[in-house]
Design a protein around this ligand. Sequence first.
Ligand code: FAD
Ligand code: NAD
Length: 471
Amino acid sequence: ATEAEEKDLVIIGGGVAGYVAAIKAGQEGLKVTCIEKRGVLGGTCLNVGCIPSKSLLNNSHLYHQILHDSKPRGIEVGDVKLNLSAMMKAKDTSVAGLTRGVEYLFKKNGVEYIKGTAAFASDHEIKINLNDGGETSRIGKNILIATGSESTPFPGLEVDEKRVVSSTGALALEKIPEKMIVIGGGIIGLEMGSVWSRLGAKVTVVEFLSQIGGPGMDAQIAKEAQKILKKQGIEFKLGTKVVSGDASGETVKLEVDSAKGGKPETLDADVVLVAIGRRPYTAGLGLENIGVELDERGRVIVDSQYRTKAQHIRSIGDCTFGPMLAHKAEEEAVAAVEYIKKGFGHVNYGVIPSVMYTYPEVAWVGQNEQELKEQNIPYKVGSFPFSANSRAKTNLDTEGIVKMLADPDTDRLLGCHIIGPNAGEMIAEATLALEYGASTEDIARTCHAHPTLAEAFKEAAMATYSKAIHF
Ligand code: FAD
Ligand code: NAD
């Protein structure tokens, strides 16, 4: 056999974590290989996550708005029809354009791309089963494990991606279900539940906790989000646990139990979405043979420079610690390559924004009220409603608030929580403020253009250390 080619860096996984690391490594002049088994680059995010979900969220919102919110704007429409397969095609076109773009960036930056499944042959050698048949291998001076995550299964309810679906199936349903039940009121459940509810399904979200939105969302904002989504037609069963499921009959049946021990109940639907979280994916890598350890939740154990016990093997993205978010994976990718090339890198884990792309969007960064209370950290609150913002009023789009939490002595921003139009873009300003240690007064004394939604952000900052002008 010919000897395996040696590379400065061999990356397993071509998702956001892996592909960004590959491009960065190419830019830094490292000889780099990226191995991906899916057949296309971009991982979960581009293929079955962030991008296709946002395509459906955007277009289903437009459809819903044309149906229910055009008359007050002086727009009278005739026969509005939904063409689901064309909507799906628009989604596929966006995905294909972006994944091709990543492949182009690989070429531009001299990244070797191998389509195949990788596993450790030894602690420096990666063997690859090629998608087109045959095998090859690469020696890595450094190796990066970026194999991502998979949807957590619900015991006893097998996902067939038709009637019992994960997010992947929920992105590709061929017809609109009459009744859909979502198990789990986290971000996936609420985003995909919104899509199908807007397109006409009767959606019920069953959530074990007493609050929607998953961990991290401020409780007051979560309540507000629930109220608005309920008005849009989504039903919620909070404090309710799905205990078992049965898909053998004509409809899918779920046994649910009140978390506080109330009466058990049976629910049924034609489609059930399982959205109870995601778990790290490292199957088949052979980590046990090379001394790379996993924690009790299956996450690759790394130190602050992303190194495993074997110091030349690093891991980033969904398969290791931290929030399972694409932009977190991207930050880590750049930092990991910088550690390899220069010996230092940087990610500020206290300043990673979260966005839920429902309508309106919910976005936050930094700490929420319940977290500050738990840690006995003193804070003060300032908020501003979009109903008092001139642009939101002009746009007939006034639901939501901007809420800021700040240190009572120094006014330093501790967290920002927004529900409202364009919250996902607006949170970038809060993120920058938090990263630079800004006070709410710094924000409020920064001139914001009029009339913009961003003025609500400025006025929430004013309300934190002084008083808002328009409310
Ligand atoms: P992945 O994207 O999962 O990529 C890992 C890749 O490794 C995969 O392509 C896999 O095929 C490959 N691989 C695994 N094992 C091997 C092997 N042995 N050999 C070769 N290749 C292998 N995050 C956001 O920030 N914003 C969003 O709006 C958002 N929306 C989402 C919507 C949905 C429905 C879902 C499911 C997720 C969403 N996420 C979102 C989360 C986001 O997709 C992930 O955080 C992100 O994809 C993590 O990137 P990663 O590279 O670590 O892993
Ligand atoms: P999640 O952890 O956010 O939410 C899962 C929810 O399911 C939790 O609230 C949990 O209490 C509930 N649950 C668990 N078991 C249950 C049961 N038996 N009965 C009722 N409820 C139950 O997970 P998710 O929504 O599946 O998302 C997975 C990951 O993907 C998250 O890390 C998320 O950050 C990421 N993601 C992000 C975005 C975004 O950034 N916009 C979009 C989609 C997904």
